[in-house]
Design a protein around this ligand. Structure first.
Ligand code: HEM
Length: 310
């Protein structure tokens, strides 16, 4: 995606602000700093093929790599913290190209625009004395942006396992079929193991890296699976605002099943890779969501810094 000087400036400002919020950890992603990669296969059901020409959503299985992560920019944040978790999936298409799908354990994003996200990260900057964010700053942010109240108030689950949480890709994307007809969609990974969460008391008994350790142990027994659920927009459903959701009763289809089999062979490689939510493929287009387009620039900035061990 072409990057204008204005995009790059805002991306640098946002990444600077994320560093002030979470701390700066050279070599790590500025968000979702601690994670692990896994090998997987995605098998499409064929139910999406009438709506998109995307190669991985037809009938032929494709290999995939999945990175699960703790969403904090501080790699020392324990898994017991009540934070969001990430699931970044790269589908390796048969023509040698890749397409990414990046998702979190909440359905709404905390900002409708990149500027709002910048303001929120500023509001969450820790006080130099208490090392905690000032709750009054967050209240002031929400008062200034009342449409974000619901998104900011979301409580992410503390899952029993990375395999027992649902993950939303949040933004709308546009599917394009063989004759050029367009359909707005939203993606959700639904765990075949069901959604199972821990109470705060139960979480307190777990170790700092329990989610990664548990997934390794689980995979020694059996693969872990997710269904790719697709919510289909109706014509007037807005596509530009990632802090909102479409009504629950919108039609859904099951586009396929992801089976995760084992840890990725080369963890160092997956630590240095960069996922990109705008890396779509023919048959999928970006929606008019400004946060979606902006993420490409912020991720590139984070990747550049960590590639130089900054
Ligand atoms: C203004 C909006 C956002 C900004 C500025 C932002 C920023 C970032 C940055 C800087 C990274 C690290 C990139 C790297 O070094 O490779 C990252 C990773 C990540 N973000 Fe975001 N993000 C935004 C919105 C979102 C949304 C809406 C989602 C979920 C749909 C999301 C999910 C993730 C996940 C799962 C990762 C880890 C990817 C991996 O495993 O490599 N982010 N984000």
């Amino acid at each position: 995606m072409p990057s204008s000087p204005a995009d790059q400036t805002l991306a640098a400002q946002v990444v600077n602000s994320m560093e002030r919020m979470s701390g700066r950890f050279p070599g790590y992603r500025r968000s979702s700093a601690r994670g692990a990669g896994f090998r997987a296969t995605f098998t499409p059901t064929g139910d999406a093929a009438a709506l998109t020409t995307a190669a991985h959503l037809q009938t032929r299985p494709v290999p995939a790599t999945v990175r699960f992560s703790n969403s904090e920019g501080n790699p020392h944040t324990p898994d017991t913290a009540p934070v969001t978790r990430g699931m970044a999936t790269r589908f390796h298409l048969h023509d040698g190209s890749d397409t990414d799908l990046i998702a979190l354990t909440v359905p709404r994003f905390v900002a409708s625009t990149p500027r709002e996200f910048l303001e929120l990260t500023e509001a969450l900057r820790p006080d130099p004395v208490s090392h905690q964010p000032d709750p009054a700053q967050v209240v002031a942010f929400v008062q200034a942006h009342p449409h974000l109240a619901e998104a900011v108030a979301q409580q992410p689950p503390i899952p029993v396992s990375y395999a027992s949480a649902a993950y939303w890709a949040i933004h709308a994307f546009i599917w394009v079929d063989a004759v050029g007809a367009r359909q707005a969609v939203r993606y959700r990974w639904e765990p075949v193991a069901g959604r199972v969460e821990l109470s705060a008391d139960e979480a307190a008994t777990r170790t700092a890296h329990y989610l990664t350790d548990e997934l390794h142990e689980r995979l020694e027994q059996a693969p872990v699976a997710f269904n790719l659920r697709i919510q289909l927009a109706e014509p007037d459903d807005p596509t530009h605002d990632p802090s909102t959701v479409w009504p629950d009763h919108r039609k859904e289809i099951n586009a396929g099943r992801l089976e995760i089999n084992a840890p990725a062979d080369d963890q160092d490689l997956w630590n240095t890779q960069a996922f990109n939510p705008t890396r779509v493929t023919a048959g999928i287009q970006l929606s008019d969501d400004p946060v979606l387009a902006f993420r490409a620039h912020a991720y590139a900035e984070s990747h550049l810094r960590r590639s130089h061990n900054q």
